[in-house]
Design a protein around this ligand. Structure first.
Ligand SMILES: CC(C)(COP(=O)(O)OP(=O)(O)OC[C@H]1O[C@@H](n2cnc3c(N)ncnc32)[C@H](O)[C@@H]1OP(=O)(O)O)[C@@H](O)C(=O)NCCC(=O)NCCS
Length: 249
């Protein structure tokens, strides 16, 4: 596996310390990742390692890395003629409309993301050194940036239920691979099938633009999200651990 390690300007801005991200860390390339961090005076490192490389995970533990979450990746073939409709739920979808977010709705989408992801089970919230409110703000800011910058997301779709914005999904297309990096539903509207309606619309948006496969990932603990995907024909693909290392400890 190839190591991909780089400074993270985004994490540095969020946490106020020199930060880096390392993807594809294994027992064999861990030393290289650590050398990079020391050479660049990195204080905070977010590192991902495939769960299949337990030796790598154990080596990271020996170097003082702390496990923050476990990500499950799911993929869905988009090439078949018909895509499934979201499962209908009683009293759920009959008044839900999914449509593109308007340019002037970035702040509204951001506020919705803040409510949907407050106290979320992700790797930032799992790190006791990171301020809770700042962890919540990550998702708000990410959603806003997704609405404003095509570098962050190609499209943002929103779900309207009973005339109010009740959910959103951000979409990114890289060649024939599509992703939905961030999606969430208003907490009061959970369990009505809105997440499924958003994912189905994202799949359709991507298929219509030539994507052949869609990939999603979430924490192993996020069973609601996994239920949404499995019901739409996604299959488990692979998994990764997320570790954090603080070099000033
Ligand atoms: C994940 C999420 C988008 C699902 O949206 P949704 O509109 O609630 O999805 P559905 O209505 O199709 O529900 C899917 C399943 O999850 C369950 N569920 C939804 N929210 C739940 C919650 N807060 N607690 C427990 N179960 C929940 C539903 O009951 C349903 O299971 P069931 O049919 O067996 O009862 C939504 O829960 C959410 O916004 N969560 C917080 C942010 C998040 O996790 N985003 C996804 C990151 S990958």
């Amino acid at each position: 596996m190839t190591l991909d390690v780089a400074l993270s300007a985004l994490d540095e801005a969020r946490w106020g310390v020199r930060s880096a991200r390392a993807l594809g860390v294994t027992a064999d390339n861990l030393a290289q990742a650590l050398d990079f961090c020391r050479a660049h005076d990195v204080v905070f490192l977010v590192a991902r390692c495939p769960v299949s490389d337990l030796r790598g995970a154990q080596a990271m533990e020996q170097h003082g890395f702390l496990l923050m979450d476990t990500l499950l990746y799911f993929t869905r073939d988009l090439t078949m003629d018909t895509l499934p409709s979201p499962p209908l739920r009683e009293g759920g979808l009959n008044r839900v409309v999914v449509r593109p977010a308007r340019a002037d709705e970035a702040e509204t989408v951001g506020e919705l993301a803040a409510r949907a992801f407050a106290g979320y089970n992700g790797h930032y919230h799992a790190d006791t050194r990171l301020d809770r409110a700042a962890c919540d703000a990550v998702y708000r800011d990410w959603a806003v940036r997704s609405c404003l910058s095509q570098q962050v997301a190609d499209k943002v779709l929103v779900a309207e239920a009973d005339g109010r914005m009740a959910g959103f999904v951000t979409i990114k297309k890289r060649g024939d691979l599509g992703e939905g990096p961030l999606y969430g539903v208003e907490p009061a509207a959970h369990g009505r099938g809105i997440g499924g309606a958003l994912m189905a619309a994202a799949m359709m948006w991507l298929k219509q633009r030539g994507a052949r496969r869609m990939e999603m990932s979430t924490q192993v603990t996020n069973v609601p999200s996994q239920k949404v995907w499995v019901r739409l024909g996604f299959e488990p693909a692979h998994a990764e651990y997320t570790f954090h290392k603080w070099f000033d400890e």
